[in-house]
Ligand binder design. Sequence first.
Ligand SMILES: Nc1ncnc2c1ncn2[C@@H]1O[C@H](COP(=O)(O)OP(=O)(O)OP(=O)(O)O)[C@@H](O)[C@H]1O
Ligand SMILES: [Mg+2]
Length: 277
Amino acid sequence: MEDASCFHNCLSSKFRLIFQTNFMSHIFSLVNQKGGVGKTTSAVNIAVGLAVTECKTLLIDLDPQCNSTMGIANLTKDISATIYDVLIRGTSINKAITHTEIEYLDLISSTNDLVGAEVELVSIMAREYQLQSFLKKLQNKYDYIIIDCPPSLGLLTINALAASDSIIIPIQCEYYALEGLGQLLNTIRLIQKHINPNLVITGVLLTMYDRRLNLSKEVTEEVKSYFEDKLFETVIHRNVRLGEAPSFGKPALLYDANSTGARNYMNLIEEILERVK
Ligand SMILES: Nc1ncnc2c1ncn2[C@@H]1O[C@H](COP(=O)(O)OP(=O)(O)OP(=O)(O)O)[C@@H](O)[C@H]1O
Ligand SMILES: [Mg+2]
C-alpha cells in the first residue's frame, strides 16, 4: 500500500472536493457486450483507485464469471451472500456486502449461480428495476458504486443500466473494435427512453493500446470519429502488469502502483471525476 499512498497524496483532496457536490452515491457501469475488452480490469482498478483516495467505494460483480470477485480476492471475511442472493432470493443487500483488505473498498461478489439469474429474473415483477431498488438502500453509504457487467445485453446488464448514473464503455484496440457497438448504443437509447432517463455515457475508453502498432492508432482514429468528445483522452496501454495482476489475486493498482497500467487508471479516474462533477 506504500506506493498507493502517493496517489492518495496527489489526488485524494481533489477527489473529495469533487464529491462534496454530490450527496448520493454516483453509480458507474462498465458495459460492452463484447467479451475480453477490459470491463473487469477497468472496474476493479477504478474501484481500487477511488478507494485508495479515501472515497467510500462499492464494487459490484454482476458477472457470473466472477472475475472482479477473484481480482480483489484475499477477502477479510467469508462471503455470506452474493449478488445472486440479493437479486433472486431477496437477501438483504447489506448482508451481501463484504469488506475487502483495501480500506474504503467493499465488494458485492458473484458466483456462477448468477448464470441462472438471467432466466430467473424474467418471472420477477419489475425485473429491470431489481438492482436499482436494492441500491437505493445504499445511496448514502458510498461515494461511488462501480458495476462490472457481463459480456451480454441480457437482463443483468439491463438491471445495471437501470440502476446507473453513468456508463463507461471500454473498447479494445483490435480489429472490428466497433463491431456490436450499434446494438449497445441502441440498448442504451432504449433504457434512456423507457427505464432510466438520467443515464449518460460518461465516456468511451480505449484499452490494450499498443503504441508500436499502427492498428492501435487506426482504431483510435475510428473511435474518435464515431464518439468524438465522448472518447476519454486517457488510453489504457497494453501492460503486462495489468494482465498478470489477477493471477496474484491483486488489482494492478496495488500489485505494481508504478506500472504504466496503474498510472493510466489513476489518470482515467481523474478524467472521469472531472466529467461527472
Ligand atoms: N491493458 C491491458 N493490458 C494487458 N492485459 C489486459 C489489459 N486489460 C485487460 N487485460 C487482460 O485481458 C483479459 C480480458 O480483460 P477483462 O477480463 O478485463 O475483460 P472483460 O471485458 O471483463 O472480459 P469479459 O467480457 O469476459 O468479462 C484479461 O486476461 C485481462 O487480465
Ligand atoms: Mg469481465
